[in-house]
Each structure stands twice: as C-alpha cells, then as structure tokens.
Design a protein around this ligand. Structure first.
Ligand code: BG6
Ligand code: MG
Length: 218
C-alpha cells in the first residue's frame, strides 16, 4: 500500500446527507417527492448529471437556462448547510486512520466529484493531511469514469495497483475498479457489492485489517 485515495462526501464527512437534503428541497419546490433510495444513484455523480436524474425522476422538462438556475439554487442551499461545519464534523475514526497512514509513509489523496471539495476540507480542517486534491474542478469525466482516481495516483507517483480507494458510492467503487485499484467500501455491503471490503465507517478500522487486502493480487 503506497497511497490511499479518499472520496469526500459520505466518507470523510457526512455531506452526502446535505446533498440529499438539497436535492430533495429542489424536488419539493418543483412539486414531487425525492427519496433517500432514489438519492443513492446520485452519490458520486457530478452536479449537472445529478440534476438530470432528479428532473427525470419528477418527469420535469427544463430549458438549459432553468437547469443552470436549479443547479445554482441547489448548490447555494447545500453550501448553507455546509457553512456551519467545523472539525468536529469529520466522521468518527477518520482522523486517526489518516494519521496512522501518514505515519507509515502512505501518501494521501482526495478523489472527489465535488467542486466544493476544497471549501469543505477547509471548514473541517482536513486540507493539511492531503498530498494531493483531485476535485470536480480538475476532472472532465465524472465517476464511474476512472479519471479522478487516475489523476490522483499520477499526482502521487504511484501505480494503480498500489493505491487503495475509500468510497461510499456505487459509481465511485466502479470508478476505482476501472482504474485497477483496490476498493474499500464505507457503508452498506448490500449496496457496495463490488467493493473488495466494506466497513460501516472508520471507527476501529486499522491499517492491519487492510494489509491482507493489499497482499491480494487479482
Ligand atoms: C460527489 C457527491 O462527491 O460530488 C455528489 O457524492 C455530488 O452527490 C458531487 O453531486 C458534485 O458535488 P458539487 O459539490 O460539485 O455539487
Ligand atoms: Mg461519496
């Protein structure tokens, strides 16, 4: 294991919940229901691609101008929800895990579809822990395309086979697999079926538990 690439939303911080609440609010404004189950398909997906899925769910036709307005409104509300975040909002066990990894000389990267990733990292004080940050401003193709993780590994100078990705999204797990990396799912094993290992969160997760995974060759 030479590098860890972390997704942000739903892995390091609970912003996946804020994304859901912001899309749900837009759906309500447009007059339809949007559930947590439907939201699962949006995880890891870019803002505009997510909007298309949300509008399709509600059977809404919109002009390009309206779409841009909806995306802006969703983002403004999302950022309002995020504005109160502090270092206390880093998910349990994350900081310990990252510190352990850094002590072992493992390089740390971020691989997120979010254009707000830098802002969130600053709110919660995580930026100094990262050797590289690849966010939605740097990628052209969103997950499940492997680009975000390929750029991350290239930035860190490691081969895909030496990188482990941490993901909470089905699209993110697929992206990591397509990049030829090992994937640790954070969340529900029934949803993250393609991940090599799944843990509910980082609490109690130690590097030792991942050594076996690193040794596996596929
Ligand atoms: C991903 C989230 O990390 O970022 C998605 O899982 C989100 O839900 C995407 O749509 C883009 O985020 P943003 O902050 O650029 O709208
Ligand atoms: Mg995520």
């Amino acid at each position: 294991m030479h590098a860890f690439l972390f997704d942000l939303d739903g892995v390091l911080v609970d912003t996946a919940r804020f994304h859901f609440l912001a899309w749900q609010r837009l759906a309500h404004q447009l007059g339809f229901e949007f559930t947590e189950t439907q939201n699962e398909a949006l995880k890891g997906i870019s803002r505009m691609d997510s909007l298309e899925i949300v509008l399709k769910t509600g059977g809404i036709q919109a002009t390009n101008e309206e779409k841009l307005r909806y995306a802006e409104e969703k983002n403004a509300y999302y950022l309002r929800l995020c504005s109160e975040m502090t270092p206390a909002d880093v998910l349990p066990g994350v900081l310990n895990f990252i510190r352990q990894a850094r002590e072992r000389g493992i390089l740390i990267g971020l691989g997120s579809a979010s254009k707000n990733a830098g802002t969130i990292l600053d709110h919660v004080g995580l930026r100094p822990y990262f050797d590289t940050i690849v966010d939605g401003n740097r990628v052209r193709k969103s997950k499940p395309d492997p680009e975000v993780f390929q750029i991350g590994a290239a930035d860190l100078g490691v081969l895909p086979g030496s990188a482990v990705v941490f993901e909470d999204a089905v699209a993110g797990v697929e992206a990591a697999k397509r990049a030829g990396m090992k994937v640790v799912g954070i969340g529900d094993p029934a949803i993250l079926k393609e991940a090599d290992r799944v843990f509910p969160n980082f609490e109690g997760l130690s590097l030792t538990q991942l050594e076996e995974l690193a040794a596996e060759t596929k």
